[in-house]
Design a protein around this ligand. Structure first.
Ligand code: ADP
Ligand code: ZN
Ligand code: ZN
Length: 814
């Protein structure tokens, strides 16, 4: 007797379990792992769709099993290896079975997918078909095409799939996955000039007083139809101006449906570059190595991307597929352009902005072999290739590679598992490896490769440190040191471009009272509010709530209630004041909200329409502008003082990445770094471009305080609207956990807390936390204990309204 383990509904988390069904004999051949089936479910045997995730023989169960009713797929929707991966994810990250399935399931609802079988008109080889095959084909020729499961119903005998797959192989039929889905469309406002009104007549209607409107009228008479967004950006104006013009009947504002194209059309081809000897060593090493895990530690601009490109090419020659991961698809257009420019329509780009339908379509096409290369953010890791050869993770150290939703997986760890299952290779690349990864490379788990020179033969920019304490002492109260100011002036005079970087958005940091120390905080989130000059309001960056600015201290009434610290808006304002003739542009998540915004800004940077670009992390990655010769880091301290054990690492990475934006062209680059902590090893090591020096100091600290890579960290956060219930639950559950740890006799495990989480309240949820630190040799035991307390025994320990979040090696413990 054969049985199948089936999952029923991946959306429901209340029934996180599999169900066992008997496989009737006539379905035995076709009931493969990964296909969807219809089974009788529940007390009333309602026909319900599920997926077979495992098959078992000779079940010893005491209960009577029901029969599978129908099979819906000719081929598995999900490969056996992916199902194995999901199982591993569930164990590793302590999520539910359904959550572990999410990444490997097709986008959307798997119940909406169906297969169409279509007869091919051009088929002529009837002689080679079996009798059954002919019967099916004649029927299909009559009706044209039919849904697979309906067709199957007509010929409900064993071996149906064999017939279908023979028909497909011999070219008699074509099979296509489709999805039932309401398509959602995105619209965008466009502005269209009224063609009945001549240019001159229009000028007259606008009138001489309205300068902006005159300019806009002139502009759209040339361009005709234009994106409203583009126009607003171009003229730095608001929608009300356009509305006013609409009232005068000069223009119409119209909605246009936007079709997000997976691949933009106009990407120029990117020619193959002969690898230099340093790159060649790395390439040969990776291709020939026994170890299928590699780390390329290569300075910015050393030509890592060209190595990736040629590895992909090598894979294509071997008939294998590649997955390229980038930290964030919209922030790395230059990398995606190179892949598309080299491999054209073999590349699928998985944007996060795709609609459900488009996403499913990409999934389907990857699965059916239409693409050989996928490029995307971390979720592209799960692309359903049948013959995977290579996974590349570019900028391996970036924190976007840790998922913050369930399953809270680490991309590098999951990728390791995938290449193990699929027999593929994993290549990590970065100028600033994460301490954990570099440690693994040092100890042989990853093969380590180094690139020490820039591929274009120009040298790395030199980094100069300015001690801001001295500036203040010597009477300079500006946010620019004298050094930075002079260099900016010089750069502008030479007609080069420069970037100012600050790791914080908003006009200022937080607002504080200089008399009593009161800090304005968000009531919902307990987070310092940030002052935004453009709206003249305080905003919480967590929940988005805004407040009016008090004129005096709400606590003591003092009027010494001032902003503290600086933000990108303030940098912009000061810059404009000091360099009134420079063309200044700011890029941060306040004013760059869509991919279009981003691309428009990049385009004007490329065309040298911007002299000074001011930005946050957004501009630290992957950008390559040859005429940027100066980078100013306004305050390295903003990162250094984050409440997180990774703060020094993040600081080193940021400085290195940002500095890497300078001096990419003919002219040598300069970096000026302002700080109040000039002796900190993250800063001195970054200045010397000495990763190893940084690594040594950092590793000492990690060892001393018991952080990764020496100890593994896990947090359990409970949250809910009733603080008392959350506190009771964390109290009860953590003491149960501590008891289990004690019983297990395992040493070397620390349980910290329960404490209020660093963010005590988010969106009116109170949050309490325990933090566990343990040696890697206890990985499995600790996971068992956490699972025991927070899933199996949950009913007795945790109140109903209280929710649990478990994070293994969290990005931050906020
Ligand atoms: P990384 O990804 O390591 O930061 P890139 O791949 O962006 O570096 O390469 C930096 C520049 O060097 C690019 O403009 C690239 O075209 C160029 N480049 C790469 N390899 C070579 C080579 N072998 N010879 C000449 N130029 C190269
Ligand atoms: Zn006060
Ligand atoms: Zn808030």
């Amino acid at each position: 007797m054969s049985f199948a383990e089936i999952i029923i509904d991946h959306k429901s988390t209340s029934v996180d379990r599999r169900f066992t069904y008997h496989i009737p004999d006539q379905l035995l051949d076709d009931a493969k792992v990964g296909v969807r089936v219809v089974v009788p479910f529940g007390r009333y045997n309602k026909p319900t769709m599920g997926i077979i995730v495992e098959k078992t023989e000779n079940l010893k169960a005491q209960f009577k099993t029901k029969d599978i009713l129908r099979i819906l797929d000719d081929k598995p929707l999900i490969s056996e290896k992916k199902l194995e991966l999901a199982k591993w994810i569930k164990e590793e990250y302590l999520c539910t079975g359904f959550e572990s399935m999410q990444p490997i399931l097709p986008p959307g609802d798997f119940r909406d997918i169906y297969t169409i079988v279509e007869a091919r008109e051009d088929f002529i080889g009837f002689d080679i078909l079996s009798e059954n095959g002919k019967r099916i084909l004649y029927h299909l020729l009559e009706v044209g095409k039919m849904e697979y499961s309906q067709l199957r119903n007509l010929y409900n005998d064993s071996g149906f799939n064999k017939e279908i797959s023979l028909l497909e192989k011999s070219g008699a039929v074509r099979l296509n996955l489709q999805v039932r889905m309401k398509t959602t469309t995105r619209v965008e406002k466009h502005i269209v000039p009224n063609s009945d009104i001549s240019y001159l007549k229009g000028m007259e209607i606008v009138g001489k007083g309205a300068k902006k409107q005159l300019k806009i009228w002139e502009f759209i008479n040339k361009t005709k139809e234009t994106q409203v967004k583009k126009l607003l950006l171009e003229f730095n104006t608001s929608l009300s101006v356009l509305k006013a013009m609409e009232k005068k009947n000069l223009v119409r504002l119209e909605d246009r449906v936007v079709y997000e194209r997976p691949i933009p059309n106009e990407i120029p081809s990117y020619k193959r570059i002969e690898l230099n000897s340093e790159q060649r060593v790395v390439f040969d090493g990776i291709v020939n190595s026994q170890n299928n895990l590699s780390l390329i530690h290569g300075i910015t601009g050393s030509g890592k991307t060209e190595i990736y490109l040629q590895l992909v090419e090598e894979m294509l020659q071997r008939g294998k597929n590649s997955i390229i991961l980038v930290p964030e698809i919209s922030l790395t257009p230059q990398t995606t352009d190179r892949f598309v420019g080299r491999f054209g329509n073999q590349v699928a780009i998985l944007h996060s902005k795709l609609t459900q339908h488009e996403r499913f379509d990409q999934w389907r096409r990857i699965k059916s072999g239409e693409y050989n290369i996928v490029i995307g953010a971390r979720s592209a890791l799960f692309a359903p290739f049948n013959n995977l050869g290579l996974i590349v993770i570019d900028e391996e150290h970036e924190n976007t590679y840790k998922s913050s939703n369930n399953p809270k997986y680490s991309t590098v760890e999951v990728a390791k598992k995938i290449v193990e299952l699929e027999g593929a290779r994993l290549v990590l690349g970065t100028a600033t490896p994460s301490v954990e990864t570099y440690y693994k490379a040092k100890y042989g788990e990853f093969q380590l490769y180094e690139l020490r020179n820039r591929a274009t033969r120009n040298s790395l920019p030199s980094i100069r440190i300015v001690d801001m304490r001295n500036e203040l002492q010597e009477g300079n109260r500006s946010i620019f040191s004298r050094d930075l100011y002079n260099e900016m002036e010089k750069t502008l005079k030479d007609r080069n471009q420069l970037i100012l970087f600050l790791n914080r958005r908003g006009y200022t940091g937080f607002i504080t009272c200089r008399s009593c120390g009161y800090v304005a905080k968000c009531n919902n989130c307990d987070i310092s509010l940030t002052y935004h000059r453009s709206t003249n309001r305080l905003r919480c960056h967590y929940c988005g709530e805004t407040h009016a600015v008090p004129t005096s201290c709400p606590s003591c009434g003092s009027s010494y209630f001032k902003s503290f610290g600086i933000g990108t808006e303030r940098v912009e304002e000061e810059t404009r004041k000091l360099f009134p003739n420079a063309r200044v542009s700011r890029m941060d998540s306040d004013n760059i909200k869509t991919r279009d915004d981003y691309e428009i800004a990049l385009e004007s940077m490329k065309k040298k329409e911007i002299d000074i670009l001011i930005g946050t992390q957004m501009i630290s990655k992957g950008l390559d502008f040859p005429s940027v010769t100066l980078v100013g880091i306004i305050a390295a301290d903003t990162t250094l003082n984050l409440p997180d054990f990774r703060a020094p690492e993040r600081t080193f990475q940021l400085i290195t990445q940002v500095a890497g934006r300078a001096g990419r062209g003919e002219v040598e680059g300069n970096v000026i770094l302002q700080t109040y902590n000039p002796e900190h090893y993250s800063i001195t090591a970054a200045m010397d471009n000495n990763y190893k020096e940084f690594f040594r100091s950092e590793l000492d600290l990690r060892r001393e305080f018991g952080y990764p890579p020496y100890k593994e960290i896990a947090t359990v956060t409970l949250f809910g609207r009733n603080n008392q219930k959350v506190m009771d639950s964390i109290e009860k559950s953590s003491s149960a956990l501590i008891d289990l740890v004690r019983e297990s006799g395992l040493m070397d495990i620390e349980v910290l807390g329960p404490n209020p989480a660093p963010l005590e309240k988010i969106n009116n949820n109170y949050r309490w936390q325990i933090l566990l630190k343990f040696g890697y040799n206890h990985s499995k035991d600790i996971r068992d204990i956490i699972r025991r307390v927070y899933t199996i025994d949950k009913g007795n320990l945790i109140e109903d309204e209280v929710k649990t979040s478990i994070d293994i090696n969290p990005n931050s413990i906020l």
